[in-house]
Design a protein around this ligand. Sequence first.
Ligand code: PHE
Ligand code: NA
Length: 449
Amino acid sequence: MVQRETWATRTGFILAAVGSAVGLGNIWRFPFVTGEGGGSAFLLVYLLFVALIGFPAILAEFVVGRKTERNPVGALMELGGNTWKYVGGVFIVTGFVILSYYSVVAGWFIRYFLEGFRGSYGTLLAGHESAAAEAGVPAAAVLFGELSTGLDAFVFHTLFMAVTIGVVALGIRRGIELAVKVMVPAILILLVGMALWAFTLPDAGAGYEYYLSPEFGVIADNWATLLPAAAGQAFFTLSLGMGVMITYASYLGEDRNLTKDGLTIIGFDTGIAFLTGLVVFPVFFAAGITEPGEGGAGAIFVSMTEAFATIGGGHILGLLFFGTVAIAALSSAISLLEVVTAYVIDEKGVERWKAALGMGGIIYLLGVPVTYDLIFLDLLDGFADGILLVFGALMLVILVGWITPKIAIEELEKGIGNLGGLGTAWIWAIRVPILIVLVVTLYLGVEGY
Ligand code: PHE
Ligand code: NA
């Protein structure tokens, strides 16, 4: 067998993991599930999930990956025994499901990005005014309807998957690590730059005000839908529950401090979600949109194009915004395809480029129906988040908490030193309270689907 690859540099792993976490989940999915899920109540539960369950869970994935140095199927099998390969199989399936529609949505961002080069978003919308008046909806909604399905969507889904496959085919060092070294800093710089720009817009203050003073008095009237939705978003945004972090940690040649890495990744993911708000809300208010945040997959496209059509410099800001999201989506898509590819390489002995091309090709085909009708987007996204990722997290918690707790603590201590009571506290947290929350959440998710 060929020697298994490892990250070339210390930062390679962390950049790849941050690149995976930061993506459409932060920018596209977050606002609309928050809107649908009940605003500030949703936000609060989501943040609790990220901190109290996301952190212990990311550590669980890390130790499983670094300990076994295998893909999720092989890793779970090695630690849990033969039947666990089916759980690993679910992880792989989850990768297929998520990437299939993720790529279509990423394609929309590329499409909107390119539009910024053709002229202003205002001119673009003006061309849709009459159709919009007839239908009684905003021009930006007509535009989204046009671009989100059909030939445009198909072409950019194709392009996005082709690039994703290309990077993964090149391997860990020459593909993924190189790509994230450029992309992750670029995402950060672009977002900070845009946030500064947004700060100079007229009415930015009103945008901050709206964004930063949530009404935490709002009580969820419906826990049964809130819980799985918030949990799903938390796992989705952190790339947890399907083996990305297992896979990326499996390429760690060295004993790093995994708690530090986990906190870094969660910090970046949450920070970038927050930073995006600092761009989006001033832009909305500068454009006179004072009630942002209707739900739906098109929400961000509709509101943002309307805003970019109105404000000064809107087409450059728009082009930067859509482009940045597309880059963020790419580094996440790469991680999704890497999970599936690593499985085929490790377990089936297939060459990397063939594995990436073959699996990426199947995922690409799965995504095609989404470009035809967005009903598939809702179906796949709801299934992946509300059910598959929660299931995955629950299985990991059972494995690490109940089946291999000793090995897990030992592995976590490598690179840190003796954890004392903290290691045991971690195990007991996932053994009982987290396990119970996940069981309830999964039950509600399945019932509500
Ligand atoms: N975390 C990514 C995002 O927020 C999505 C993702 C989910 C990536 C699951 C990998 C695995 O966009
Ligand atoms: Na994310």
